[in-house]
Ligand binder design. Structure first.
Ligand code: MN
Length: 248
């Protein structure tokens, strides 16, 4: 099996190296990742300038660093390597649950694979300077998530998040979509210029069965995702005449 590994934290991320190490159990691994951090780039692609890559090594593995976005890396990586069977992205330094899925470059890299018809898994773990991830302890859980995915051939795209510390188990979840208050916090830079920080505050309680619920309760969260954003229930109502919409 040919496995392409990418991320949004850049080619030097310890999470990427940990994922590449575990991926080797399942086949030939090649790393194609951004040369610098591209977190929160979502599904941006580069269209106004050419892309370049430079060969490098990640833990002795064939690797390439790309001057582009996570989605660029997967597009370029699968172009240069015929018949990639699986794309793994991460392990992101930070959770990608709920609305963060919309912002995530890690999830977008997996989505890019899915657009190309290649099964893909995005993996993320909470990480901070005070509590760095113990990748050795996490490795069996990473393997379990990959194996769960490989055991379900009809699932094209999976979003995996790990809780802090030793997980209690694994839960299949749905994406939590909480409304949140976007906060813009003004400040001043050393030159006296106004600047702004983006922040947020959740507005609703955590719902059972969601990705956020699993993480807050110490479980690994597995969420199957899809690319089709159509709201079928609203569409059904409109077409059924319950809501004014389509003209006869
Ligand atoms: Mn990231």
């Amino acid at each position: 099996m040919r496995i392409l590994v990418s991320n949004d934290d850049g080619v030097h991320s310890p999470g990427l190296h940990a994922l590449a190490r575990t991926a080797q159990r399942y086949g030939d691994v090649r790393v194609v990742a951004p040369d610098v951090e591209q977190s929160a780039m979502s599904h941006a692609i580069t269209i106004r300038r050419p892309l370049h890559y430079v060969a490098t090594k990640v833990d002795g593995l064939e690797a390439y660093r790309v001057d582009g976005t996570p989605a660029d890396c997967v597009a370029l990586g699968t172009h240069h390597w015929d018949r990639v069977d699986l794309v793994l992205t991460g392990i992101n330094l930070g959770l990608n649950i709920g609305h963060n899925i919309w912002h995530s470059g890690t999830v977008a890299a997996a989505k890019q694979a899915s657009f190309l018809g290649i099964p893909a898994v995005a993996l993320s773990a909470p990480s901070s300077d005070e509590a760095p991830v113990d990748y050795e302890a996490l490795a069996p859980w990473v393997a379990q998530a990959i194996e769960a995915f490989l055991g379900l051939p009809d699932v094209p795209l999976l979003n995996v998040n790990f809780p802090e510390g030793e997980p209690k188990g694994v839960r299949w979840t749905r994406m939590s979509v909480r409304h949140y208050e976007g906060l813009v916090i003004p400040g001043e830079d050393p030159m006296g210029r106004r600047h702004y920080w983006f922040s947020e505050r959740p507005r609703e309680r955590v719902e059972e069965g969601t990705d956020r619920w699993a993480i807050e309760n110490g479980f690994v969260s597995l969420t199957p995702l899809r690319l089709n954003l159509t709201d079928d229930s609203v569409l059904g109502e409109i077409r059924g005449g319950a809501v004014a919409g389509e003209d006869g």
